[in-house]
Design a binder for this molecule. Sequence first.
Ligand SMILES: Cc1cc2nc3c(=O)[nH]c(=O)nc-3n(C[C@H](O)[C@H](O)[C@H](O)COP(=O)(O)OP(=O)(O)OC[C@H]3O[C@@H](n4cnc5c(N)ncnc54)[C@H](O)[C@@H]3O)c2cc1C
Length: 585
Amino acid sequence: MTQMARAANPEVGHLYDVIVVGSGAAGLAAAATAAVDGRRVLVLEATDRVGGTTAISGGMVWIPANCKMREAGLPDSADAAREYLRQTVPDSEHDPRMSAFLARGDEAIRFFEQHTAVKLRPVRRYPDYYPDLPGATAGGRVLEPLPFDGRALGEDFALLRDPLPELTLFNGMMISREDIPVLRRVGRSPGAAWHTAKLVARYGTQRLRHHRGTSLVLGNALAARLYKSVRDLGVPIVRNASVVGLETSDGRVIGVRADIDGRTVSLRADRAVILATGGVSHHHDLRRDYVPTWAGDRSATVASGADRSGVHLARDVGAQLTPASSSVDGAFALWVPVSQFKRADGSPAVFPHIVTDRAKPGIVAVNKEGRRFVNEAVSYHEFGRAQLRDPARAIPAWLVCDSRFLWKYGLGRVRPFTLAVSREVQTGYLKRSTTFEGLAQAIGVPGDAFADTMRTYNVAAERGEDPQFGRGSNIYQRHLGDADHQPNPCVAPIERAPFYAVAVYPADLGMAAGIVTDEFARVLNREGRPIDGLYACGNDMQSVMNGQYPGPGITIGPALVFGYVAATHAVQADTNRHSSFARPA
Ligand SMILES: Cc1cc2nc3c(=O)[nH]c(=O)nc-3n(C[C@H](O)[C@H](O)[C@H](O)COP(=O)(O)OP(=O)(O)OC[C@H]3O[C@@H](n4cnc5c(N)ncnc54)[C@H](O)[C@@H]3O)c2cc1C
């Protein structure tokens, strides 16, 4: 248990209106919504930190036709979004949950903006992942949290989950999206050098008093804003509180059983229990119903250590789950290629190759035959699914680059401008050779085929072309490339020795399978009827995107919206039928 875990928990009463299980985006959104309505709300969190996977995420929030993009003059409409989703998410036009997401997304955002510390802004340039399809937008559907000063949480800042260390500098300095290209120019532009110096100086002063930088961005800023909101609304968040069961009476859920600091207690929820435990990524008994064993059990999400997920809890009271059948192409999870390593303390970790390297100019992915198998600049989900479609040859795959690329963009956990990479070579994370033949040997692929792959790629790359897979062929890919590199931001030859490779495997960054709900986020039983008093949102809820990944922020967007929808419905629901619990004086 960490030092943070010893910070005292708030007193736990025994009767609440709403009990929320899990303190990620979905849970805290639900808690804030119910608390704004004046309800007695309790949040139970299994770990010693608040924020869940949300706190280590990019914090992107996908909400079509939102008010923020309208204010910024960016065009969109619910019809355009519906058309785009019709083509990217099968059956979405018949899914009442999707209609609710589109109809109420903007309402949810306005609610949070008005009543809580959650403040979002549109990302003007961040295309949908299939930007050539009708109804796609080039930006604005995705919102990001405004940066947040962690000091506003006071002592509770220490209880907020830290971001991924691999995505911070100097062991705790967060980097915003806008700062990345500036940092990349640091050696070439006095302006960039000055900006960087200011960031580092600010970080230095923050570290005098805190265990990490307090200028928060991305998912950490979102989790912090939600945390501050529920705290200011007087909602206790109890950590080290693992929910192990649901209490029921006459078919209605009336509370939870939770292990809190080693004691099992029963807590009553007069109106609703809202499940938001982040899904079954780390619960192998249920995960294997949805992910074939050969896909592996790697997950980029935070493990709660809890015995039971919200999905287990709901199943135990008769909830309907996504039908179990391992989908061959991984349609029941959201995928990202990850590389594996051990942290300095020996703990195993994965680096999610989301946006930092795959689409940059001068890198290819090869399979075990030394051949390319995918356009490396497509979304992480598409890349992962390409691996899953050909597991025998493409798991693991190898990302291959040269020394110029490694210096400029980094590779996985190796950051740009790293002077000495020998340690990463010694640990085996990076493979290195001065020749293609040598690198082929190091990664165990046929030398002739690999040399041929590199030769073929390089010939066209000289002209900025990729006739084989079309890297850089749409605005999404070019957005993730390097705008300073022309004519194609995603294509450059791989020619300056030594050459490097890192192995990548598919991992989930959230499950798409989970609890079946209706459009109010009410948990449905096996006959399709709502279970009174029980709601699910976030990754506990079967994804409204049906295992597809149409744009950035398609898990946190619905997590916020259905957290809001669940709580709104719960506080409005008629409670006369279960008035056997006296409300506290
Ligand atoms: C590196 C990375 C980047 C990502 N970037 C984005 C992005 O930019 N946009 C996007 O939309 N998605 C992104 N995702 C996915 C996204 O972060 C998650 O899908 C989302 O945060 C899940 O939110 P949640 O509220 O469902 O769960 P979580 O945020 O994981 O919260 C669940 C909480 O429940 C707790 N819990 C679990 N079991 C119990 C129990 N029995 N009792 C009590 N508490 C329990 C957990 O400890 C956890 O704190 C990213 C994922 C990763 C890994």
